[in-house]
Design a binder for this molecule. Structure first.
Ligand code: CU
Length: 261
């Protein structure tokens, strides 16, 4: 008769893990991430209650229907019960999908506001590179044949184009706090994934595609950018940093970078 106690103990430990939040996400740094967390919390609450309910019923059934040396009796289902729990499950899943789709589409399908900072992001085995348009606000022409890591030209910038001259390259993603940012994600080789836990966003980089990714980070700090798509032997080393700075600090960082060119 140890089994029901063991089931209840495992259930209790699992629930405690979620309730105490001992191992949890890092704090969100914008409104989207905060909304994402509330959505996640509702999901965990609903699925958690179902999980606990099911385990308790299982433990009860083991005790209630244990062998007492009598002849075995079989039951043949209960259509009413099956309809009830199927409809309930369907209702829960559809509600979760609708709520999730609203959150997702508000974030993914809404165009950036005017004045959004546009940054090119390139992923390759096994590094991240970021490009800013510089003082003229225009991204200069690039050529695949000019890509050269040794000479510090990971984007293949074509210096014969006037608007290329002031483009700024960085191995870390610096952004001003509170301003809308629009990334354009590209990959040089295989699938990679742009993932920042504090933003609660994750987006694949697909060779041959330019994928927009919009966010606004409100809390200054340094956060890890981790490649979240197994992309080869050096995958674990493919990381960079998202540095969210006060707007004035960001401007002076950008000026410093421009002076290095
Ligand atoms: Cu990668």
């Amino acid at each position: 008769m140890l089994l029901p106690f063991f089931i209840l103990l495992v259930t209790l430990i699992t629930a405690a893990g979620f309730i105490t939040k001992r191992w949890w996400f890092p704090a969100p740094i914008n409104e989207y991430a905060t909304q994402f967390d509330s959505y996640f919390a509702i999901n965990v609450l609903v699925t958690g209650l179902v999980f606990i309910g099911v385990q308790v019923v299982l433990a009860w059934a083991i005790v209630r229907f244990r062998s007492r040396g009598n002849a075995v009796r079989f039951t043949h289902g209960n259509n009413k019960l099956e309809v009830v729990w199927t409809v309930l499950t369907l209702f829960i899943f559809i509600s979760a999908a609708v709520a999730g789709a609203q959150l997702w589409s508000a974030f993914q399908l809404t165009a950036s506001p005017a004045g959004a900072l546009k940054i090119d992001v390139s992923g390759k085995q096994f590094a991240w590179n970021f490009r800013y348009s510089g003082a003229d606000g225009k991204f200069g022409r690039t050529k695949v044949t000019l890509i050269n890591d040794a000479s510090g030209n990971p984007f293949g910038l074509d210096d014969s184009d006037a608007s290329s001259k002031d483009d700024i390259m960085s191995s870390q993603l610096h952004v001003p706090a509170g301003r809308a940012v629009e990334l354009r994600l590209t990959s040089h080789d295989v699938l990679h994934n742009f993932f920042v836990r504090e933003l609660r966003i994750k987006q694949d980089l697909v060779p041959g595609m330019e994928i927009p990714l919009r966010f606004r980070a409100d809390k200054p700090g340094t956060y890890e950018i981790a490649c979240s798509e197994l992309c080869g032997l050096g995958h674990h080393q493919m990381r960079s940093a998202l540095v969210v700075m006060a707007p004035e600090e960001f401007e002076s960082w950008l000026k410093g970078k421009a002076a290095e060119r």
